[in-house]
Design a protein. Structure first.
Length: 473
C-alpha cells in the first residue's frame, strides 16, 4: 500500500505538468487578473442574483424586445436582396402578370424577393408580422405602465424613453412600409408628403428637404432605406439600452401582496429561473411569428401593382399603428384657415395637431398627475386600476377615442361590407367619436369605485388600505 502511495505521489523535482490541471490554473490566473482590475465577479454575482417579480404583465416588454430581435435577424436577410433605387428595369421573374413590365428597381427587387429567392416571401412576412407585434407589445406595455402608475417618481425618465421608443417604432414601421414602391405604400407616402407640406411657414422647405424635391422625388428611395435600416434602428437600440439600464438601476416595480413592500422585490432570481423563462418566451415569440409569416399572408404587393402618381387603390388601409391617423384624416371635417398670411390646409388639424397633442400630453402626464394629486413621493409598489378610478377612466376614454379612429381608417370597407354609402358610415363614426369616449370613461370610473368598495378587496393584501390599516393612521 505504501509503495502504491509513493508511486502515485508527484515528484517535486519533476517538470510541471502540461495537462488539464495546468490549463485550469492558467485560466484561473487570467480570470483572477481580470477580476482584480474590473471587479467582474462582484458584478456577475449581483446581476445573476437580481430579483424579478412574477406577473404575466411584466412580460409584455420582453415580447417587444424579442420581436425587435426577430426584426433585426430578418431585416439583415432582406437587406441583402432589396435594391432601393428608382431606376427602371424590366421584370423577368416568376410572377407571370408582371413579366415584361417596366418597374422601379425597388418594386422589382421586392417582387423578385417574394417569388424567386428561397425563403424570401417567408422572411418578408415574418419581418412584417414582427413589426406589427413589436408596436402592439410596446403599446400594451405602455398601457400597463399607465394604468398601474409605474410612471411615477422615480421612473418619469423611463416613461419618456418608452414614449420616444414608440415614436421611433412608428416612424421606422412607416419607412419600411413605404420602401417597396407599390401602389398602396406610395399612396401613404404621398399622404405623408402632404402632411409635411401642411405645416405653416416651414412646410414647403421641410418637405422639399426630406423628400429631396417635389413628390415623387428619386432621392426619397435612398433616404427611406438609410433611415429604415441604419438611423432609426440605431436610435432604437440606443434607447432600449438606456431603458434597460434605468430599469436595472432603479429595480423593478411590483404589485402589492404578502411580503411586498416599497423597499423590496419579491420574485425569482435572474439565474437560472428567470433566464430560462425569458429564453422560453423568446422561442415562443419566434415560433408564433414564424407561423404567422408562413401561414398568414400580409402585404401582397404584387397584387397592388407598382406606384402610379395618378392612381389610388380602393379599400386601402395602412398598418394598424398608423390606422388611427388615417381615421382622423377621414373623420375630421375639411376645415382650413389662414395663419400669418399662410393658408393652413384641412389635414393640419388631424395629421399634425392631434398626434402632436397626444404625445405632448403623454410626455407630461407624470408631472401633471403629480401636480394635481400633490403626490411627489417615490413609488415602487404598483396601483391596481381600481385604486385610481380617475386615471383609469381617463385612460379608458383615451383608448376608446383612438379605437374609434382606428376603425374609421377602414370606413370605406365598412360601407362596402354593410352595403351602405360611405357618408352615413362617416357620420356615424363621427358621432361615436364624440359620444363613446366619455361614456366608456364614466363606466370605467363607476366600475373602479364599486370594485374598490368591495369589503373583500379592502381587507386583501392587494389593497392600499390594507397596508395603511396595518401601519395605523
Amino acid at each position: 500500500m505504501s509503495a502504491l502511495t509513493e508511486e502515485s505521489a508527484p515528484d517535486p523535482q519533476a517538470a510541471p505538468s502540461r495537462g488539464p490541471d495546468h490549463r485550469q490554473r492558467a485560466i484561473r490566473r487570467s480570470v483572477g487578473g481580470l477580476d482584480s482590475r474590473l471587479g467582474v465577479s462582484r458584478f456577475l454575482d449581483r446581476a445573476l442574483n437580481k430579483i424579478f417579480p412574477d406577473h404575466w404583465s411584466f412580460m409584455l416588454g420582453e415580447v417587444a424586445l424579442w420581436s425587435f430581435v426577430v426584426l433585426l435577424l430578418t431585416g439583415v436577410f432582406l437587406t441583402l436582396f432589396f435594391d432601393p433605387s428608382p431606376r427602371e428595369v424590366v421584370y423577368q421573374g416568376s410572377y407571370a402578370p408582371l413579366r415584361g413590365e417596366t418597374l422601379t428597381a425597388a418594386y422589382e427587387s421586392t417582387v423578385r424577393l417574394s417569388f424567386d429567392v428561397r425563403a424570401g416571401l417567408v422572411m418578408r412576412q415574418v419581418h412584417h408580422w414582427a413589426a406589427l407585434v413589436f408596436a402592439a407589445a410596446i403599446v400594451a406595455h405602455l398601457a400597463r405602465i399607465f394604468f398601474t402608475g409605474a410612471f411615477r417618481r422615480p421612473r418619469e425618465l423611463n416613461w419618456i424613453v418608452g414614449l420616444t421608443l414608440l415614436a421611433l417604432v412608428l416612424l421606422n414601421g412607416f419607412t419600411g412600409y413605404s420602401m417597396p414602391d407599390d401602389l398602396l405604400s406610395g399612396t401613404g407616402l404621398r399622404i405623408a408628403y402632404s402632411v409635411v407640406l401642411s405645416l405653416p411657414v416651414v412646410g414647403a422647405g421641410l418637405a422639399f428637404g426630406l423628400f429631396g424635391g417635389e413628390f415623387p422625388a428619386d432621392a426619397i428611395y435612398t433616404r427611406l432605406f438609410v433611415s429604415h435600416v441604419l438611423i432609426v434602428p440605431a436610435l432604437i437600440v440606443g434607447l432600449l439600452t438606456v431603458h434597460l439600464a434605468i430599469l436595472w438601476r432603479q429595480k423593478h416595480t411590483q404589485f402589492r401582496g404578502p411580503g411586498r413592500r416599497e423597499g423590496n422585490v419579491v420574485g425569482t432570481r435572474l439565474w437560472p429561473t428567470y433566464a430560462a423563462r425569458s429564453t422560453g418566451l423568446f422561442l415562443l415569440v419566434f415560433g408564433v411569428l414564424s407561423a404567422l409569416g408562413g401561414l398568414v399572408q400580409i402585404n401582397p404587393i404584387w397584387l397592388y401593382g407598382p406606384y402610379e402618381p395618378a392612381a389610388v387603390s380602393t379599400a386601402a388601409q395602412p398598418d394598424w399603428y398608423v390606422g388611427w391617423l388615417e381615421g382622423a384624416l377621414r373623420l375630421f371635417p375639411p376645415w382650413d384657415f389662414h395663419l400669418f398670411g399662410y393658408t393652413v390646409p384641412e389635414i393640419f388639424l388631424p395629421a399634425v395637431v392631434l398626434p402632436g397633442a397626444t404625445f405632448a400630453v403623454l410626455y407630461l402626464w407624470p408631472y401633471l398627475e403629480a401636480r394635481i394629486t400633490g403626490d411627489h413621493e417615490p413609488h415602487h409598489l404598483l396601483d391596481r386600476p381600481r385604486d385610481r378610478p380617475v386615471r383609469t377612466a381617463l385612460g379608458v376614454a383615451m383608448a376608446t377615442f383612438y379605437t374609434v379612429l382606428l376603425v374609421a381608417g377602414g370606413q370605406d370597407v365598412l360601407a362596402q361590407q354593410l352595403s351602405v354609402g360611405v357618408e352615413p358610415v362617416t357620420w356615424t363614426l363621427r358621432i361615436l367619436l364624440l359620444v363613446l369616449p366619455p361614456l366608456a370613461g364614466l363606466l370605467a370610473w363607476k366600475l373602479c369605485r364599486d370594485l374598490a368598495a368591495d369589503p373583500h378587496y379592502a381587507s386583501s393584501p392587494r389593497s392600499p388600505s390594507y397596508e395603511a390599516g396595518r401601519n395605523g393612521p
